[in-house]
Design a protein. Sequence first.
Length: 123
Amino acid sequence: MYFAYYDLLNSYRFLLSGYKNMSAYSSAKAAVNQLTKCVALEYADKGIRINAVAPGPVNTPLALAFSRNNPEEAKKYTSIIPTGKFSSVDDVSNAVVWLCSDLSVQITGTVLAVDGGISAGNI
């Protein structure tokens, strides 16, 4: 039997931590988390899966430029990542592909952290 579904993929960062002068940004990210859960419940009976991806630090051109220009700051930032390194773009996209595949048909309402273990409580 063919089972149609769609995934709404959103990102948020460090939902459980507060940041000074970041109230609007952090509130919006928390809202994405709750929206993901609520919409997942609303559409589950239609075979539509709703999930979010929460990437941590990712090796993008901007991050690489920051690391080159601020090596000491980059070292401090990397030290909070349990795996000791930024994720690659492929790490994040592989998680998205997995969530969209038939390998995750029972996954809905989940926020999948792709953050090298940061959300496990290292900060």
